[in-house]
Ligand binder design. Structure first.
Ligand code: F0G
Length: 458
């Protein structure tokens, strides 16, 4: 008999999660104005709001925390982290920050000026926010295949080179401070970028003398997909692949809350000394001195270990195959999910799941609420609510895709949790035709409404 796949770890500490009844959850979500962000975590059974900062640290990380050096300047933990980042990325210059968007804030303060254009592959919200905040424009050059949830392309995070070249050719060179490549691409469904594409983008950028920066939040997961899906890399280690990826760029921003395997943290790493020098000024102003940048010494110590663990094949296999297992099971149940399954999350296609609910009644939000009521699952709407209103007409903007993201925290839930999730989704899917109406908004903020918006059931 063939042996089943088994996770390469055992559990040393457990945290209870609370069961509740459907009746309780109906009451709680009503009290939360049908906004899942308003629920306290003890009212959630399986929390898939995000994979950011929600994972479990290892015994090695916890023991590293005990030896954290809290010196303001020249902390030993900073030096350990700097050495690890240097080993993994090959970049010489390093600045810690308190999380990923802080790294964006510091680096973009140096690089972006008003009127600039920053091409990339479906920029993450905070990345786009930090570009637009500086009165610059993010230009999406992702391949068209990424916008069809059914196409099985192995690297849906790829940049369309013609789109990118067109941006380069139709704008003055000094208006494009850099290209940002997000690996894996969260906004297109946790989809990877191929090494061939990274190489080609890098070559094109070099020929126009434009720097290439990686948004590296899930770089190790991207490296895993390259190993599995690009033949030339099947015998290379994850660390070798990661180092090769970074060799084609000029620098990176990192949210360590993902592939750093820690609950809080981030950093910038760079090849160029001049940009580093300018960034240190903003780092000191916004984050803290350059040897801690908003992180505790113990957190830097845990991150150094986390980066090492996250770039090990066995860990990545258990992590990504767990997400894939959930995706595969849902596919077997005919639940419409974005294909192929991404590295960190399963995205449910609400346009196909509940087409009976009108779009102006927020069908993806309605589905997310239903998953909570039926199974105590907290996912997140990535659709009309998130897309917000047009700033001028104040009309709702309707994105091409209406999704519910179920992001899986790292090393946190078991295979049985995945089975439970799949069963809840199947049950909701089987009764989907009963859903005819959704929700109306009764209160919302002028921007970024999704965090605080209040709904009423129609
Ligand atoms: N870049 C990407 C690709 C991200 O997914 C995130 C965060 C950030 C940057 C910002 O990092 O949160 O440390 O400031 N994504 C989280 C999510 C919030 O739920 O996907 P941060």
């Amino acid at each position: 008999m063939e042996l089943p796949y088994v996770e390469p770890y055992k559990v040393k500490m457990v945290e209870s999660i609370k069961r509740s009844t459907k009746k309780q959850r109906e009451q709680w979500i009503k009290e939360a104005d049908y906004n899942l962000f308003n629920l306290s975590s003890d009212k959630v059974f399986i929390d898939l709001l995000t994979d950011s900062g929600t994972g479990a640290m290892s015994d090695r990380q916890w023991s590293a925390m005990m030896s954290g050096d809290e010196s303001y300047a020249g902390s030993k933990s900073f030096l350990q982290l700097k050495e690890t980042v240097n080993k993994i990325t090959g970049y010489t210059y390093f600045l810690p920050t308190h999380q990923g968007r802080a790294a964006e804030n510091v680096l973009f303060s140096v690089l972006i000026k008003e009127g600039d254009l920053v091409p990339g592959n479906s920029h993450f919200d905070t990345t786009k926010g930090h570009i637009e905040f500086r009165k610059a424009t993010a230009i999406d050059c992702t391949i068209n295949e990424a916008f069809d949830t059914t196409i099985l392309h192995p690297f849906k995070g790829n940049i369309d080179l013609d789109k990118l070249k067109n941006v380069f050719d139709s704008n003055p060179n000094d208006k494009i401070p850099f290209v940002i490549l997000t690996i894996t691409c969260n906004s297109s469904g946790g989809q990877p970028v191929s090494m061939a594409n990274i190489k080609a983008v890098s070559k094109l950028c070099k020929s126009y003398n434009i720097p290439l920066i990686f948004d590296s939040a899930r770089f190790a997961e991207n490296a895993y997909f390259i190993k599995l899906r690009e033949k030339a890399y099947q015998d290379r280690s994850i660390k070798e692949i990661a180092k090769e990826i970074f060799s084609y760029g000029d620098g990176m921003t990192m949210s360590a809350k993902k592939d750093g395997l820690v609950n809080m943290g981030g950093f910038i790493a760079l090849k160029d000394e001049e940009i580093y020098k300018q960034a240190t000024v903003y780092n000191i102003m916004y984050e803290g001195f350059i040897t801690y940048g908003g992180m505790n010494g113990r957190d830097m110590a845990a991150l150094a270990v986390g980066l090492d663990e996250a770039t090990e094949f066995d860990y990545l296999e258990s992590r990504i195959e767990q997400v894939a297992y959930l995706g595969r099971t849902l596919t077997e149940y005919n639940v419409p999910v974005l294909q192929p399954i991404g590295g960190h999350a399963v995205f449910i296609d609400a346009n196909k799941f509940v087409p009976t609910i009108p779009r102006d009644e927020y069908r993806a939000q309605a589905l997310a609420i239903e998953l909570y009521i039926v199974g105590g699952i907290r996912g997140v709407e990535i659709g009309t609510v998130l897309e917000d209103r047009d700033p001028f007409t104040r009309k709702n903007r309707y994105p091409e895709l209406e999704l519910v993201r179920l992001a899986i925290p790292r090393r946190t839930y078991s295979l049985n949790h995945m089975k439970y999730l799949a069963a809840v989704l199947k049950n909701v899917f089987d009764s989907r035709n009963e859903a005819k109406t959704g929700y109306i908004i009764v209160d919302e903020a002028p921007i970024m409404r999704h965090f605080t918006v209040k709904f009423n059931k129609i």
